[in-house]
Structure formats: C-alpha cells, structure tokens
Design a protein around this ligand. Structure first.
Ligand SMILES: NC(=O)c1ccc[n+]([C@@H]2O[C@H](COP(=O)([O-])OP(=O)(O)OC[C@H]3O[C@@H](n4cnc5c(N)ncnc54)[C@H](O)[C@@H]3O)[C@@H](O)[C@H]2O)c1
Length: 242
C-alpha cells in the first residue's frame, strides 16, 4: 500500500518541490494551500505526471481548517504517514515599522499553523504507531539580517517547537525534524531584494535549489529514517555552520 503525505504550502515553491519528490517514490499526496488557482494547477501538473493527488483549500492559521484537511486525507487514503510543513510567509520590515498585526500574521502562519498541522497529524498518526514530520525553518532562525526580526523569531520558534514535539511524540513512533534552508531559488524568493545578495554571500556562491531540500525532506520522512529526530538540518552552502 502506498504511503500518504500531507504537504502544506504545496501549490508553489518548496512545498511543490516536496510534492514532486515524494510522488516519485509513489507517495499519495494531500496538497494544502490558500492559493486556490495555484493549488489546482499544482494538482493538475502532478496528476498528469502520474501522482495520486487530492487537495484541500485551507488556511493553516485555523485549527479547524487543519483538522478538516487531515481528516479529508485520512478519509481519502485511509492512513497518514508523513506531514511536511512548508507553508510560510517571509515579510521584511524595519523593526520600528513592524506593527502588532505584522507580528500576529507572521506568527499565526509560520508558528501556529505549523503547530496546528502537527497536532492534527499526530492525532491521526498515533493510531498507526508511526509517522514522520518535517517542518521548514530557515537559517534566519540562527542568523540575523536587517528588517527581519519578526520572521527570524518565527523560524527560531519552529526549531524549538520541532525539538519539544520530537521528544514528546518519539515514544509514539513519530519522528519530528526540521530543515533550515538558506536562500532558496523559489519564484517568490527570487522576487525579493534580499535573494541575490544572500546567494552572492554564500561561500558556495550557488543558489540552493528547492529540489535539493526536497531530497532531504524525502530522506527525513522515509521509513529508512528510524533515528533522526528532534534535529534541525541546516542547508546553507556553508553560510551558517552550527
Ligand atoms: N525561499 C527561501 O529562500 C527560503 C529560505 C528559507 C526558508 N524558507 C521557508 O520555506 C518555506 C517555503 O518557502 P517558498 O519560498 O517555497 O515560499 P512560496 O511563497 O513559494 O510558497 C509558500 C506557499 O505557502 C502558501 N501559504 C502561505 N500562507 C498560507 C496559509 N496561511 N495557509 C496555507 N498555505 C499558505 C502560499 O500560498 C504558497 O503557495 C517557507 O516556510 C519559508 O519561510 C524559504
């Protein structure tokens, strides 16, 4: 029986790359996103390449929406093996201009949304006694950049959340890890003013391809991974060495 993965933020960028990569292993997919048109296009593209795909238009800031999407995946496929939390927003704003609403928005998507998805997935996975969860953090969780206080705080929180939940759910057979990419060549990142200078500053001088992170996500969420848990794996072209 094929494995089943839920991927948030799957309409575009890294989430889509993870969907493509997991589909190559024969994994059935539930794609979650708020962008209806891109979600439909992503599902059509993956489906035409032979993937078994369903979608949920859901805003991960709502726990009810997360619960509904997980329930829909389990109803459709009968099980849940993997959750990849890639949905995220990365606004930049100088510290004196960040509003309380900016803080709430970025925390609700990047931290609360990740947490809601994990809680709902863990509830579904615990009955089978196994599961893999991969959260997407960032090197910004370690490394300071100007105009980035709120985003950086969310990505540090994702690493902390990963560690706490990994410890708590490993006895249930559920392994939780995070990945922390440096500047990654997604369409959204390439439109920003920080992307080119950050790539140029990497010791490798190479953009980090979403497919490279997707390969790592595929390994961390593969049944072969039975002992890597609670880790945050940095992929930064030697830009950040922890
Ligand atoms: N691109 C980079 O350089 C980079 C570097 C490090 C970390 N990251 C992280 O990687 C992840 C993916 O980044 P990306 O560049 O692929 O971004 P992207 O904008 O291409 O994709 C993010 C997807 O998440 C969806 N999304 C946003 N808010 C949502 C919500 N509330 N509910 C459901 N879906 C939602 C968007 O519609 C979009 O399809 C993010 O968590 C980001 O913080 C990106």
């Amino acid at each position: 029986m094929s494995r089943v993965a839920i991927i948030t933020g799957a309409a575009k960028g890294l989430g889509y790359a993870c969907a493509e990569r997991l589909a190559r292993d024969g994994t059935s997919l539930m794609l979650i996103d708020v962008d209806q048109a891109s979600l439909a296009a992503a599902a059509a593209q993956l489906g035409s390449a032979g993937a078994v795909v369903c979608t949920a238009l859901a805003d991960i800031r709502s726990q009810d929406a997360c619960r509904g999407a997980v329930a829909a995946a389990v109803e459709r496929f009968g099980r849940l093996d993997v959750l990849v939390n890639s949905a995220g927003v990365y606004p930049r704003r100088p510290v004196l201009e960040i509003t309380a609403e900016d803080w709430r928005f970025v925390f609700e998507v990047n931290v609360l949304g990740t947490y809601f998805m994990m809680v709902e997935a863990i509830a579904a996975m615990r009955t089978s006694g196994h599961g893999h969860i991969v959260n997407v953090s960032s090197i910004d969780g370690f490394k300071a950049h100007p105009a980035n206080a709120h985003y950086a705080a969310t990505k540090a929180a994702v690493i902390s959340l990963t560690r706490s939940l990994a410890l708590e759910v490993a006895p249930l057979g559920i392994l939780v890890n995070s990945v922390a990419p440096g500047p990654m060549a997604t369409e959204a990142a390439k439109l920003t003013d920080w992307y080119e200078p950050m790539v140029a500053a990497l010791p490798t001088r190479q953009p980090i391809e979403p497919s490279e992170i997707a390969n790592l996500v595929a390994y961390l969420s593969h049944p072969d991974n039975i002992s890597i848990a609670g880790e945050n794996i940095v992929v930064s072209g030697a830009g950040v060495i922890v």
